[in-house]
Unconditional design. Sequence first.
Length: 444
Amino acid sequence: MPAQVDSGDTAWVLASAALVMLMTPGLAFFYGGLVREKNALATMMQSFVIIALVSVIWVLWGYSLAFGPDHGGFIGDLSWFGLRNVGSAPAPYAPTVPHLAYMAFQMMFAIITPALITGAFAERARFGTFLVFTVLWLTLVYAPVAHWVWAQNGWLGTLGGLGAYDFAGGTVVHINSGIAALAAALAFGKRLGLGRMPMEPHNVPYVVLGAALLWFGWFGFNAGSAVAAGASAANAFVVTNTAAAAAALAWLAMSWLYQGVPSVTGAATGAVAGLVAITPASGFVGAWDAADGYINILPALIIGAGAGVICYGAARVKHWLDVDDSLDVWAVHGMGGTWGALATGIFATSLVTQTAGFQGGQVPLLHPHARHLHPVDLLEDGVAAVAPPAHWQAGHPPAAGENRAQVYLQEVAGGGLVAFVPVQVLAGAHLKWHLLPSPPCARG
């Protein structure tokens, strides 16, 4: 039976797209409150301009490169340039939603991802350099990585690739932006006066308002990724809220323990860290009774609390690394996304993955039968979220239907995230010395 557009699913996807769009102005408040007063307007302007800039790029060539017909598992072609053949018929990736609605939903993800990176070079980027960076990064990094993970026959994803589960953007949005942020921090260098001048947040109410808008919009980010108004969306909604709450409390506790006072900025940042970590897992970990009556809400609590602790630790370690990631983008999004990707493999259940449209899944860590597993088995389940299948070994020829480029990457780079994480970091170190001038706005 041919696919038909469903009005309820379409309404939910469009509403979710609007929620995700609101996250970028929320990010503007969040970042704008964290910087010094003299840089607040410039920082907020970057997020607002990205909405306009990426919207144009996406409808011209970005969507086609990310989700268009596949070439070698790495990139789409330009068949959908300017939204050619992207209309009211059901989308290839969402059979009950118009293709235009799905494109608009994915556009909001493309908008917020480079906006996240701006926190790494806050207070020291020329506006022209920022614009060029955004256009190039979206075209050369975001679109290919989105294709790897989410597109048909992308080499890393579940639709013909290695099988890395990423429900709503843990890899595509958060690990990707976190690693790019680290590269950008290396490229732009440190803020002048860092360590000698006070650089405390100038407006904590802005930070809290921004975090609240991000939390609100994240329901569209995760629950909307079900691309249907059903059980999977409801599950993603509940685990998203649960993980954010657990992470906010965990970060608050860590800051109270190590700094002697509870921090509202820390609680707000912790909530964002929890939202980041639950993103890849939100469609694969449960918030309802399993078949044996076991309640599966605990994985969301563990993922959230773990994100609060891990990201807090990463923010402190960053200072030892002598890298000026101004607003802790790598610590929150890079490390939070990595923890969430690994946790997806640990906690995913077949009951929930089937509801989300996937078969199989991993053994949940807290399932009653898990006590019979060796810890190494649990670690392997976690790594399965980002690593290639066991039969892809060096020297083995690709089976029928497997892409030779995929086999080559697995043999050379170890597969999984290793293929693209170092590229951005090394590029950032290179740009620091060869391409980017020292911006004048960094002088105080």
